[in-house]
Write a protein that binds this ligand. Structure first.
Ligand code: NAD
Ligand code: IPM
Ligand code: MN
Length: 357
């Protein structure tokens, strides 16, 4: 079996973590006798340096021809003053849009070994954490009209948050289908007390909720949800929300698991092809220092094997390997605990790959 995997290492720690991801895929390929054909593509700051554009057409074409796409992270100080449409982040938004991956699944799962690595009081995490945040990824304020004009005394700028019924329906159905396979509880997070787009979201979700009588639906304002995630995260099973709220809440939820470096993601559209990436960024403050935690990327590969490549057993192997390495006491700096063995990015990648058996 040959599978084509497009790789976009990107910037900062991106290449370091994608390199660990390839070690994992190579270990899976050896165990299951399958061939992964990698194709490395330019996207983000590196693409700006080499081609003048953050998302070359060749990258889009090659991603569309692959079975799955693995992304590191993009962005960095060097490109922070470029106009919005030429920034590395524009490349990331562009490839998500080009692949039509509207549903971004961000699971926040606490490995029991990391309970004391979390910043939360242990009681809050007693029975573990398993929250699935489903973030709408190719609509809303990220993609609405953006403009800046001169006005008397200065300037005025705006970003429009717009959603159509169709855009809300497809993500809502994906969220209900996901909840159905889990604990059957869906929380819709919005700001319907203020935003018209949120009121449309609520109406659409309420309309669809009748098709899923087996799933309990709750509605919560985003400010309250941000607080409840810390106060009592166990109340959540699946959260569905618009693009920007999902971005913010998922970074927050990562802290329930010990570190931003632990949260993977899968972005899916109507088809099988998916985009897999850790939720964190290019971490310029630790880039090139062998410090980045590669687990978010490695767990994203588990999601890739499960959702795009039909390799459920290999996905479980990866999750088990991560757990075994944590059992043995190995930690990167961001999840370091007293008495454990501090390892770098490379060693963590090697250890997890060795434990895939
Ligand atoms: P960030 O996620 O890069 O880093 C936030 C903090 O978390 C930093 O202190 C960083 O060192 C730490 N961190 C992140 N990943 C880590 C890991 N794997 N292991 C250990 N520590 C980790 O966010 P930022 O600093 O706000 O943004 C930096 C750049 O990344 C910006 O250019 C931003 O636009 C970009 N960004 C890209 C993506 C992406 O490519 N998907 C996501 C978020 C931010
Ligand atoms: C993420 C990132 C991106 C987002 C940025 C870099 C465009 O924060 O993947 O969470 O906001 O989607
Ligand atoms: Mn983010």
């Amino acid at each position: 079996m040959n599978k084509k995997i497009a790789l976009m290492p990107g910037d900062g720690v991106g290449p370091e973590i994608v390199k660990q991801g390839i070690k994992i895929l190579d270990a899976v390929s050896a165990k299951y006798n399958c061939v992964f054909e990698y194709k490395e593509l330019l996207m983000g700051g590196i693409a700006i340096e080499k081609t003048g554009h953050p998302l070359p057409q060749e990258t889009i074409n090659a991603c569309k021809e692959s079975d799955a796409v693995l992304l590191g992270a993009v962005g960095g100080w060097k490109w922070d003053n470029l106009p919005g449409h030429l920034r590395p982040e524009a490349g990331l938004l562009g490839i998500r849009k080009a692949l039509g991956v509207f549903a971004n699944l961000r699971p926040a799962i606490l490995f029991p070994q990391l309970k004391s690595a979390s910043f939360l009081r242990e009681g809050v995490l007693e029975d573990g954490i398993d929250v699935m945040i489903i973030r709408e990824l190719i609509g809303g304020i990220y993609f609405g009209e953006k403009k800046r004009v001169d006005i008397e005394g200065g300037q005025k700028a705006w970003d429009v948050m717009a959603y159509s019924t169709h855009e809300i329906e497809r993500i809502t159905r994906r969220a209900y289908e996901t909840a159905r396979k889990r604990s059957k509880k869906l929380t819709m997070v919005d700001k319907a007390n203020v935003l018209e787009s949120s009121r449309l979201w609520r109406e659409v979700v309420m309309g669809i909720s009748g098709e899923y009588p087996d799933v309990e639906t709750n509605y919560m304002y985003v400010d309250n949800a941000a607080m409840q995630l810390i106060r009592n995260p166990k109340q959540f099973d699946v959260i569905v929300t618009e693009n920007m709220f999902g971005d913010i809440l998922s970074d927050e939820a990562s802290m329930l698991t010990g570190s931003l470096g632990m949260l993977p993601s899968a972005s899916m559209g109507e088809g099988k092809i998916g985009l897999y990436e850790p939720i964190h960024g290019s971490a310029p403050d630790i880039a090139g220092q062998d410090k980045a935690n590669p687990i978010a990327t490695i767990m994203s590969i588990a999601m890739m094997l499960r959702y795009s490549l039909d390799m459920e057993a290999a996905a479980s192997d990866i999750e088990r390997a991560v757990s075994k390495v944590l059992d043995k006491g190995y930690r990167t700096a961001d999840i370091m605990q007293e008495g454990m063995d501090l390892v770098g990015t490379e060693r963590m990648g090697d250890l997890i790959a060795e434990n895939i058996c």
